[in-house]
Design a protein around this ligand. Structure first.
Ligand code: ADP
Ligand code: MG
Ligand code: ZN
Length: 698
């Protein structure tokens, strides 16, 4: 046995972190007592430290079984950069390299050895009496219940018999019970203690938006995310390619990733992403397992994922460094229909349908998303999280009884035989031949919801489905059927509340890099990191994570001792890189004291560019803001007395027309959406706003 090591000082010395995250300490203590364990922690939760610290404390070597050959090198490089002696062994290596690793094992020079499960048999003769701990990473790969079954993992079942005195610690981010049980049985560590961490990733902002004009929405989402890494997930190869093309045209550094690409191309994409030489990957779900890139700042789901597990895992690839990250899911009814079709052609349909339903419920939730998400994983929080769209901008409700009655009555008159799109045509009074052919133009509710815009009506009907008023029979051409609740609404005057649809864009979460953009130090540190990474031929995050750079910006260390206080700076990195990074900080501070703060109100920057003769679109481009924002600046400048002629952008006639519409629609509180729709979405929002402003100041 070993003497009680000071594990906190190991954490500081090698990893540069000042404290453990929840559970890490307990898990490490348990492993140090040489007991088996199953550790369940979400992606980005910090599993690696839980076996790396014991590895440093034990006298022998820790063998880490990991499924992804492609990522072993990075993990080992990361350890080496922290001054830890580590190596990896797999079938892709040349015999020479393998021999030198074997030598390292024999001479007991390695603290950690990463191996692919396939290579374990080759290694076994060398491991006798040398292994202090087996760490099984991504342990769910051993279970055919799990989502990433790897047959080679089955061989790990022999470890406990062959090395009865060596503890086994299994790690996974899979929450489901059946898989957990299977892992314990297969590894023959039935009595291992389970450590289950919270699945709450507080730094991820959760947002869902209707899947309309998605490409436009993506462009505006990305506008303030210059140089940030992100992933867009799509259902089809075709959409990955289409989106990649569109983003490229806009000047983004982006690549597509899908199963149709050759293996070499795929690893090229992965490396470009890891090395920050591209910022965006547009991928089908095949991308990402084991992407240990810590600075992914956002994830977009272009399509609805098929279940909450996938969704959770995919958004979990952002914000591993603990800094805020944005996730955005587009939700459309068409996706649900598409996913239902996939399910129809597959096995265990019931389970999959139930899971899709839960996914749909999440997307349609009208209260805190995090509560809904964690509920799914069996965790219960009672307070809203304050970091999701619904907490930020809670939906408002109105009495939707009459609209619901109209909808239900139409379904009734269509004899519960038609799908959503026919129902909508009837309610909106469509002149389509199909409607007339069937005589639907004669039924009583024809045109009864003519005044509700098409997309709004669709969303309201979906809310009714969710409230259990209407059923969709997916297996019978998606026909709509009334439930007993619908009968109460139709015949017993039961009231219905519906959520108002957005009239204003949802508030974006606070920007993470706002300060950095102002000071510019982060960019300078980042540039240095890129340079060093190139020299050493490793991905930039191996040198320092974004979180570490961010912390340098906050702490502004002046000497080596202060540099050691930075999160992510341990002894080795302090010695190796301290001087260079301190120099950049010093130069920066010197320059800053020379000239007074150049921080300027954002609209004044716009004014400067306007005076330089740039057009509105050019200013938007230049400032990486939307033109709508720039028009907003013009109004502000005008308000503050700047001599700007707003009538260059909107004519007097337009102002009058818009003002008239506002009156006739009897709009209160300056809501612009009804006006926008009144003009068939032909007058852009900025113009409406400008016209309303001019009218008011007239
Ligand atoms: P997982 O394997 O669970 O997905 P990782 O082990 O890759 O997660 O850890 C995710 C990130 O969190 C890494 O950048 C890691 O360095 C960081 N991290 C882990 N533990 C701590 C800690 N105690 N303090 C600060 N950062 C930590
Ligand atoms: Mg991991
Ligand atoms: Zn919330």
């Amino acid at each position: 046995m070993l003497t009680q090591p000071n594990i906190l000082s190991l954490l500081q010395k090698y990893f540069g972190y000042s404290s453990f995250r929840a559970q890490q300490e307990d898990i490490i203590q348990h492993i140090l007592e040489q007991k088996d364990g199953l550790i369940i922690m979400p992606t980005g939760g910090g599993k690696s430290i839980c076996f790396q610290i014991p590895a440093l404390a034990f006298t022998g070597m820790t063998v880490v079984v990991s499924p992804l050959i492609a990522l072993m090198k990075d993990q080992v490089d990361g350890l080496k950069a922290n001054g830890i002696s580590a190596g990896f062994f797999n079938s892709s290596q040349a015999a020479e390299t393998q021999n030198s690793i074997l030598k390292g094992i024999t001479e007991q020079k390695l603290k950690l050895l990463y191996v692919a499960p396939e290579s374990l048999d080759t290694l076994k003769p060398y491991l006798k009496d040398k292994v202090a701990l087996f760490a099984i990473d991504e342990a769910h790969c051993i279970s055919s219940w799990g989502h990433d079954f790897r047959p080679a993992y089955i061989r790990l079942g022999a470890l406990k018999e062959e090395f009865p005195d060596t503890p086994i610690a299994a790690f996974t981010a899979t929450a489901d019970q059946a898989t957990q049980q299977d892992i314990l049985e297969q590894l023959k560590i039935k009595h291992a203690k389970k450590f289950i961490s919270s699945f709450d990733r507080k730094n991820l902002y959760l947002e869902v938006r209707p899947g309309i004009k998605r490409i436009q929405q993506i462009f505006s989402f990305l506008r303030d995310k210059k140089d940030q890494s992100g992933i867009i997930y799509c259902l089809s190869r075709k959409s990955t390619e289409m989106l990649t093309e569109k983003l490229k045209q806009k000047g983004y550094k982006v690549m597509a990733y899908h199963a149709g690409l050759e293996a070499q191309k795929r690893s090229e994409v992965q490396e470009a992403f890891l090395g920050d030489s591209i910022d965006i990957v547009v991928a089908t779900i095949a991308f990402g397992m084991g992407i240990d890139k810590s600075n992914v700042r956002w994830v977009i789901h272009y399509n609805l994922p098929k279940n909450i597990e996938s969704y959770y895992q995919e958004i979990g690839r952002s914000g591993r460094d603990g800094l805020p990250a944005n996730t955005l899911l587009f939700y459309s009814y068409a996706d649900v229909v598409q996913l239902r079709k996939f399910i129809d052609n597959s096995s265990n349909q019931d389970v999959q349908i139930a899971k899709l339903n839960r996914m749909q419920q999440f997307a349609e939730a009208l209260s805190c998303r995090r509560i809904a998400l964690l509920n799914y994983f069996g965790e219960h929080i009672s307070e809203g999280c304050g970091n999701c769209d619904n907490c930020n901008t809670p939906p408002q409700f109105f009495d939707g009884t009459i609209l619901t009655q109209k909808v239900c009555s139409a379904i009734y008159r269509l004899k519960e035989n038609e799908n959503l799109s026919v129902l909508m045509d009837v309610l909106r009074g469509s002149a389509k031949a199909e409607i007339y052919d069937k005589g639907y133009n004669k039924i009583k509710t024809y045109g009864a919801a003519r005044d509700v815009p098409w997309l709004d009506l669709q969303q309201f009907i979906i809310q009714m489905v969710n409230q259990g008023i209407i059923n969709i029979y997916f297996h019978e051409n998606n026909r709509l059927v009334l439930t007993p609740l619908a009968h109460e609404i139709l015949f017993k005057a039961k009231k219905v509340k519906l959520a108002k649809l957005d009239t204003k864009p949802k508030e974006e979460p606070k920007q993470i890099f706002e300060d950095s953009e102002v000071t510019g130090l982060f960019e300078k540190l980042r540039a240095l990191r890129t340079e060093i990474a190139k020299q050493e031929n490793v991905p930039p995050y191996i040198i320092f994570s974004d979180a570490a750079l961010k912390d340098m910006e906050v702490k502004l260390p002046k000497d080596s001792k202060e540099f050691l206080d930075v999160n992510g700076v341990g002894d080795t990195k302090n010695k190796k890189y301290g001087r260079q990074f301190l120099a950049v900080i010093k130069t920066f501070l010197a320059e800053k004291t020379k000239k007074p703060s150049t921080k300027k109100a954002t609209e004044l920057k716009t004014l400067d560019l306007l005076k330089d003769g740039l057009s509105i679109d050019e200013i938007a481009e230049h400032r990486a803001l939307s033109s709508t924002t720039i028009y907003g600046h013009l109004i502000k400048l005008h308000q503050s007395g700047q001599n700007i002629n707003l009538y260059t952008f909107v004519t007097k006639d337009e102002v009058a027309t818009i003002a008239k519409a506002t009156e006739s629609l009897a709009i209160e509180n300056k809501a612009m959406k009804p006006i926008f729709e009144h003009f068939d979405e032909k007058i852009p929002y900025w113009k409406i706003r400008m016209a309303l402003y001019l009218k008011e100041t007239e």
